[in-house]
Design a protein around this ligand. Sequence first.
Ligand SMILES: Nc1ncnc2c1ncn2[C@@H]1O[C@H](COP(=O)(O)OP(=O)(O)OP(=O)(O)O)[C@@H](O)[C@H]1O
Length: 488
Amino acid sequence: MPNEFNASILFVDDEPEILTALTRLLRSKDLTVHTAISGEKGLQILEQQNIDIVVSDKNMPGMNGNEFLQKVAEQWPETVRIMLTAYTELNDVIAAINSGRVWSYMTKPWNNDELKLNIQQALNYSEFLAERSLLRHTLEQVQTKRKRNFMKFIGQSTAMQFVYDAIENCASSNASVFITGPSGAGKELAVDALHKLSSRKNHPLICLNCAAIPSELMESEIFGHIKGAFSGAVANRDGAATLADGGTLFLDELGEMDIGLQAKILRFIQTGTFKKVGNNKEEKVNIRFISATNREPFKAIEEGRLREDLYYRLNVISINIPPLKDRENDACQIAQYFLNRFSDIEQKVFVGLSSDAGTLIKNYSWPGNVRQLENTIHSAVVMSEDPLLTEQILASQLQLNQTQMAELLRKKSATAELESIYQASSNPINHLQDNKIHETSAVRSLAEVERAAIEHAIALCHDNIVKAASLLEVSPSTLYRKIQQWQD
Ligand SMILES: Nc1ncnc2c1ncn2[C@@H]1O[C@H](COP(=O)(O)OP(=O)(O)OP(=O)(O)O)[C@@H](O)[C@H]1O
């Protein structure tokens, strides 16, 4: 019997000849056939083996087929259950199907081709169930793994989950890390997390902002100097390289560093050795390098501001911090965090953000990223006289006019509508109603929506009520009852 996955089937019947005949009929390299002479023996096999389909006789001494299949339904709900029965007992089978105990039935005596076809359908259904449970399991794993916060980061967007995972995975390595991302997105928080999660955490993390230090002082800032090395060098001084020994050295805005000095940095990274300014003695240190830029590194290389060899030396592992606007609902979560923090600092009491303030935060593009959000909430907390942080106070801190604010709030309804359409279309039942999804303007009663969903599911399953019920995740008896009600 052709089958995409290696399946197993269990036949339960008190007549050994029937078991032998069924085994012979279905013998195939893709299908393992088990047999049991009673319901009790069948349960023992189910305890030990992974069984995809159970086919059970109804009338058996001891535990009858109904009791046996009821137990299977309770303990192994993913196993497809079929009842083998005489034509005269069809009423009992319908009751068993309606209760959800049985998925389908086969009649005795059987027609070989029909029986094979029936088993093939059960195999397809079993495969569908297996895929569904795998999907559920994977989704559950993804959901439970999803972090709401990470180190000092707030936010549970998918984009940030990649960042959290990358930081966690490479924190313990000594390989150099290059962090990219727009200004204010959280590159420094990433550096902090990388250091604190590494074995170097008890040693210093030294940060040097290459854009903030004048180029003539940079060499001394990094390597230190000895007394008299240049005018103003009145005493020996250790630089960042010495201070960071055993720990991490963070070079921020690397592209702003003098190109001549970049050659010395390259040598320092390659050998771990350096000379203080004015001294010929080499010193050796053990440092992990992290660098960052909020500019496009290849553009800096093209423009001759960043040495290509230095870039590749530092960019062993790269981490990109996405802009705030690409992080789903993170802005609202971060805003709430800053609201709590700044109301404590400013000793003011807030009950929260108004719903429109939340919409504005969600829809605004935050070109200055988290830093801009932080400053906006801080100033709004200071300026607000209301215990509810409103959209008006935020708009005034962001210097938005009424039209811009209205536009941001209007986006809400469009987004909400799109989201509801998306949700409707990603639901397998509503997906069947494709042509009805766009009728959002005509509000339909719940009963109408329910009936349409049921009718579409039944049509999709070619009038197989049991399958339709399974798709709709209700019992077949519920569907029969509903259909009966429409006909009354
Ligand atoms: N996900 C976050 N949750 C909470 N606070 C954050 C988050 N990301 C950043 N911040 C805060 O936002 C501010 C800016 O972050 P950070 O200094 O790390 O940005 P940056 O990318 O290094 O910026 P720049 O490129 O301008 O140096 C900091 O106060 C930081 O604590």
